[in-house]
Structures are given as structure tokens and as C-alpha cells.
Design a protein around this ligand. Sequence first.
Ligand code: ATR
Length: 273
Amino acid sequence: MNADVSRYGVLGQPIAHSKSPRIHAAFAASLNQKLLYEAYEIAPDELAPSLARFHADAWAGFNLTVPHKQAGFALSETRSDAAVAAGAVNTLIRTATGWHGDNTDGAGLVRDLVANLGVAIAGKRVLVLGAGGAARGILAPLLAEQPAIVAISNRNPWKPEEIAAALKPLGNIVPRTHLSLKGDQYDLVLNATSAGHKGEVPRLPPGLFAPGATAYDLNYGPASRPFLDWAAAQGASRLSDGLGMLVEQAAEAFQRWRGVRPETSAVLADLRG
Ligand code: ATR
């Protein structure tokens, strides 16, 4: 292997269908940069020894995906504000002594909504469904856009209470239960649950979408269909899956590693094609 070429990778389980190697290869080619980016299937109990080995072998950075984002946070020697707000890490940057943990998921989502889709967040009513790692990763960057309100609702009603209390200093975030959403209306509804992977939709009251509202699923492909189909039937005006977020979080990670943000539209169009 050419030691002059910086090496990066994505660690997850499962990892076979990850689009990240293709995305980062396209970014590198578009900027005429030489780098290696590979996907590795790593079991949870292998994460710590693997990261130690990769560090000793002078690897430059990693993306972490399911199920490693929380463990990656714990294994990071230093952490960005975004990582701390999320309690999770999706990007590791090599330092002399260990790994710096960052989280680009929320920045990627906001970029996809505002820059790619033209969906305003400032002053709008936003509903986040779910209270797991995916939801936690996006809340601080959403609040930074100064929406009128961010409601967070989850099947297990206790988690939103905890999350909203912790993030209260960042903006107007309120906990809800799926049931107590009855009568509310939102301009943007974000599905950050994993229900779609089982072909399911959170059990929500009707009438949540305000006129002109957008429904966005953080998942992409078949896992996004149940929620987006439900949202269409509920009268949501605009629908989007999370493929743009995937590409934008990758671009944010690339920028942290390489100091330059790649252009994303061609890669996104290619993936959609
Ligand atoms: P992730 O890292 O993808 O967020 P997670 O931490 O396991 O994964 O969280 C999954 C989220 O999807 C949780 O908010 C979960 O709700 P609970 O906290 O009540 O378990 C939510 N979820 C999963 N399946 C669901 C379903 N069928 N209906 C509604 N919510 C569901």
C-alpha cells in the first residue's frame, strides 16, 4: 500500500450496502485528491481495538455508522460541540494521540433542507419524531436555525422529556407524546425513528401537516417509504428521503479531514439516478 496516500474508512455493522465509499471516492476525484476510503464490517466489541490499531497504522479518519455512533463518542479523546450535543460521533479525525470525535449529521440535514431543497427552518414549526441516536444528532443544529418551535415526540414518552430538558438552553424545544400531538400543526415533520426499517410508521394523530408542509425521512430507500407514503396520504406538500443528508454529512466530514468542502450536487444526482 502507498503510505503517501491518506487512508479513511467507514466502520459499521452491517456495512455491505454503505454508499459512503462511493461518495468519498467521487468527492476525491472531483477535487483531484488522492485518498483511500474503505468500508469495514466491525462488531461492537471490536470497535475499540480496531480504532487503536488503525491509529497505530496512521489512518487519517473514519466515519462511524450504526451501531457505533455512541461507542465512538466514548472512545474519542476530544469531542466537538456538535458531538457533545448529540452524545454521538459520526466522524473521527486523527490527532497525534488519539481520535477527535465530531458529528456532521445535523449539519448535513440542515444543509440538505435549506440549500438543496429550499425548505426554510427559521421561524417555522418543526416536529422531530424519535428520540434515539438519529434524533439526538440533529436537534442542536436544527435549533441553531432558530425555528419558532421544535417539538420532539417518541413512542417511549420519557426520552423526549430528558432530551428537551437538556437542550432547553439552545432554543424553544418542547417534549410531546405521539398522542398529545393531536391538534398541533407543523411546517416540517422529520422522521428520525427506525420504524421504517420494519415497514412501520409511528402511530400519530391525523392533521399534523400545516398547509405547504414538508415531510422528511432521515432514512433513504425502502426504509423511508412507510413514513413518506403516510405523509403524502396526510396531505404533506413536499416529501424527501434522507439521501441528500447522507451526501451532505459526508461532505462535512470530507471538509473536516481535507480542509475543502466538495461540491455535492453531481454526487447526489448520480446516487438518485
Ligand atoms: P437510531 O440510532 O437510528 O435513532 P435507536 O437509538 O435504536 O436508533 O432509536 C430508534 C428510535 O425509533 C427510537 O426513538 C424508537 O422509539 P422508542 O424509544 O420508543 O423505542 C423509534 N422506533 C423504533 N421503532 C418504532 C416504531 N415501530 N414506532 C415508533 N417508533 C419507533
